[in-house]
Design a protein around this ligand. Structure first.
Ligand code: 13P
Ligand code: SF4
Length: 362
């Protein structure tokens, strides 16, 4: 998605001016708008959020309310999911349209359709259930809905995969190979024997028909570049430097990192584990830096640090800047909708089926 430059009235706002503009517009809009903030948003955005959460929690909030306008401070696939789950007379706004997700971009609908045809031609798809991580386009969610599959998030991937394996013998999972592999291994599958990697750049994804037939999980070759930065060496260093440290990582990390950690879970699960921990406890965290910093500030009686010393924010989440929030809210207060995210009507019903199936399963 392309975001045109901000109008000059907004592009030069100081932090204090942007905050004043947001506060004024927010007050004028009252209950007609809800602001949702993903855990990876910067503090200057989170302070305005009515609800803060992981992608699953925010999907549920969007689905449960009747606010005329939802302003989603997160990335594009999250705003699309909110639009899919809300009614047609509700409007979803993403303050900066270029806030995408590089992982979601790793699976295009054309590539997914080609993969399905190739699997069909190499043993068939009758026993294959497609599952997509919510970090994917609405078109891919619709593909999954049309083919009897479901979406999942990092907080319910296991429940969804277990459900999928009651519907078929094999799962085609996209776009994150790591979430799928980590979940499969937690379910008792073998990371090598029971999985095949689907590389969309290769014919038949780089597989033989036999390999596909023998694999319970067919993993799309996608990843999150933020979570790929975490390594086993960082965990070893954290353990050497801090006795009693507990290591918690996001399941988008690689299998060796997840296995070397004490715990893994969605952003909401990371928040819950640290919130429930004893004062004095020490946490090495493998996820995006805004969340880690916020946890460290919120719990000064605990030692909380990011495993990666060269901190790495999610650069696309970071594109939601207070100036953009001020711009969309002031326009809204004056009756103009800017940056609406509207999933096409021919895509919505099937995408909704895949998301609602996830909400039912979870
Ligand atoms: P959560 O579902 O844990 O919020 O994760 C979303 C995400 O994009 C993590 O990189
Ligand atoms: Fe996408 Fe990774 Fe950013 Fe999450 S952290 S939004 S998966 S690029």
């Amino acid at each position: 998605m392309f975001q045109p430059p901000l109008p000059p009235d907004y592009s030069g706002l100081s932090p204090a001016e942007a905050a004043d503009a947001i506060a004024g517009a927010r007050k004028a809009l009252g209950d007609s708008v809800v602001i949702l903030g993903h855990h990876y948003q910067r503090d200057e955005i989170i302070r305005w959020a009515d609800h803060i959460g992981d992608s699953f929690k925010l999907s549920r909030v969007a689905a449960s309310g009747s606010w005329p306008t939802v302003v989603f401070c997160g990335v594009h696939f999250m705003a699309e999911s909110a639009d899919i789950l809300t009614s047609d007379d509700q409007t979803v706004i993403l303050p900066n349209l270029s806030a995408g997700c590089s992982m979601a971009d790793m699976a295009g609908i054309g590539q997914v359709e080609r993969a399905w045809s190739e699997i069909d031609a190499n043993g068939g798809t009758a026993d294959v259930v497609p599952v997509t991580y919510v970090n994917s386009t609405a078109a891919i969610k619709a593909f999954v809905g049309r083919h009897g599959g479901a979406c999942c998030t990092s907080s319910n991937a296991r429940q969804v995969l277990e459900w999928a394996l009651t519907q078929g013998r094999r799962v085609l999972f996209f776009p994150d190979q790591h979430l799928a592999r980590n979940t499969g291994v937690a379910m008792g599958l073998d990371a090598h024997q029971d999985t095949a990697m689907w590389d969309p750049a290769l014919a038949v994804g780089g597989n033989t028909a036999e390999r596909l037939a023998a694999s319970t999980l067919i993993l799309w070759k996608g990843h999150c570049s933020v979570h790929m930065r975490f390594t086993v060496e960082q965990i070893e260093q954290a353990r050497a430097a801090h006795s009693g440290v507990q290591v918690i990582v996001h399941p988008e990390c690689t299998l060796d990192v997840v296995q070397a950690a004490d715990l893994n879970g969605s952003t909401e699960a990371i928040v819950a584990a640290i919130t429930a921990s004893e004062p004095g406890s020490v946490w090495g965290v493998g996820t995006e830096i805004n969340l880690v910093h916020r946890l460290a500030e919120r719990f000064p009686d605990r030692t909380i640090f990011c495993l990666d010393p060269v901190v790495c924010p999610c650069s696309t989440m970071y594109r939601i800047h207070p100036r953009y929030l001020a711009w969309v809210l002031e326009n809204l207060a004056e009756g103009r909708v800017v940056n609406r995210v509207a999933v096409p009507p021919d895509v919505k019903p099937h995408a909704r089926a895949a998301l609602e199936r996830m909400l039912e399963i979870a």
